[in-house]
Design a protein around this ligand. Sequence first.
Ligand SMILES: C[S@@+](CC[C@H](N)C(=O)[O-])C[C@H]1O[C@@H](n2cnc3c(N)ncnc32)[C@H](O)[C@@H]1O
Length: 211
Amino acid sequence: MADNHHHEHHGHDQGHWNDRYASTARLFNAEPDESLVELAGDLPPGRAVDLGAGEGRNSLWLAKRKWQVTAVDLSDIALGRLASAAAEENLSIKTVVGDMLEYLDKGEKFDLVVLAYIQWMPEERAKLLAAAAGAVAPGGYLLLVGHHLESLGKGGPPQPERLYTEDSLKDAFPGLDLIHMERRERAAGDIGLPLVDAVVWAVRPKNQQKP
Ligand SMILES: C[S@@+](CC[C@H](N)C(=O)[O-])C[C@H]1O[C@@H](n2cnc3c(N)ncnc32)[C@H](O)[C@@H]1O
């Protein structure tokens, strides 16, 4: 009960995430997401925001490709790791420690918005995905990758509601056109189980009529 309460309120998750990061020198993979590499690899660099950037594998990849990156995360430990990795490679990445939904409220616009493995409960997720879509500048892109419902029990959080389905994603990004929405399979390193990810690649048309 106490634990559920804790997870329902994204604004109070900092302790939970910091504990997870503090328990190990590196919590997540250091390699950039393969869909990011494939899809953003050909874009001209611009302004990008990595929402829930964690230890920064995607922010670092973008910054190396001359993107001007803002990395937002609740965990100061994770962003500290990101900042040291950036400093080692002489990259400059802006870090914002805080709640990403609050950050998005400021209304900044980006040429690329990245949401990688952010697995919120449906009600909060709907607000987050709509706000993330709102942060995409005209002509800009949004990439969401995350654990698909078909990975239940194999990867990602144990609650099915937190996992993505095509159905829950297709109308989640107001104002954006979906270029692809797909299932992506990958072998989970150590256990070798095939995991399924959901991938959304969307664009905000350049000459959109304001409603
Ligand atoms: C599974 S990790 C993914 C990290 C990174 N995107 C990646 O793919 O390697 C989820 C991250 O979301 C962050 N997070 C969770 N809730 C958040 C919130 N409300 N605002 C900002 N960051 C949040 C956590 O601290 C954690 O670093």
